[in-house]
Design a protein around this ligand. Sequence first.
Ligand SMILES: C[S@@+](CC[C@H](N)C(=O)[O-])C[C@H]1O[C@@H](n2cnc3c(N)ncnc32)[C@H](O)[C@@H]1O
Length: 228
Amino acid sequence: MAKTTRDRLTYLRRRALARWLYRRPLSQLSPERLYLWSQALIETADVPGAVVEIGCASGGTSAHCDRLLRNIGVSKPYVAIDTFDGFVPEQFDHDAERGTPEAVRHGFAASSQILVRQILKQLGAPDVELVQADIVTMAPQSLPSPISAVLVDVDLSQPVYAALRKVWPLMAPGGMVLVDDCDLRTGFRARDGFQRFCAEFALAEDYTYGMGVLRREPAQTSTAHASA
Ligand SMILES: C[S@@+](CC[C@H](N)C(=O)[O-])C[C@H]1O[C@@H](n2cnc3c(N)ncnc32)[C@H](O)[C@@H]1O
């Protein structure tokens, strides 16, 4: 997304004031959804594999949840993927034609990987791995594997669908996927991408607090082991 003059000014202000603006993790998830994501991380604590957040914005949720993992003694890579440049224009156009308001087009454009790295450092989460990529064009081989838990938080239908296509084959048995903004309340069409993916893979659509939820079947325990 090409930054407008306004985006550039906002970005410069955020960089100059980052030390004061980001003294506490500012998650963009609503409280009940941050709770759900936190719960998913706790539930999958024993599932091997990286934790991945696709669409991390300023890193508020990443910092909060990286700390959660460390507090409960779980040592897993936390990988946060974002364009760090906001929405990809064609992906936004696609949803704008279906009702997503123009007013949110530049919502996340005033950012950069350098700024988010600085924010994560000052929030005490320097180990969060940042990857700058458009999830639609990102090579699946660049994703960690296996994955124990994924938060897909990219708002638009096409990147949601692409993210699910790419992460689902990499999920460890027992792993969980949450997709934000599946309630259509905000005007975002994340739900379209979630529905398309579920239909293609014959998966049941499950929603909690407006988030799409998918669970990878846990590994089969052998009869001998189960009856032992
Ligand atoms: C709602 S914000 C994420 C909020 C963050 N998860 C949190 O809880 O604080 C959506 C993010 O998705 C990113 N995004 C949108 N389209 C993307 C794409 N195709 N690939 C990667 N990131 C994308 C935007 O840059 C923005 O930072």
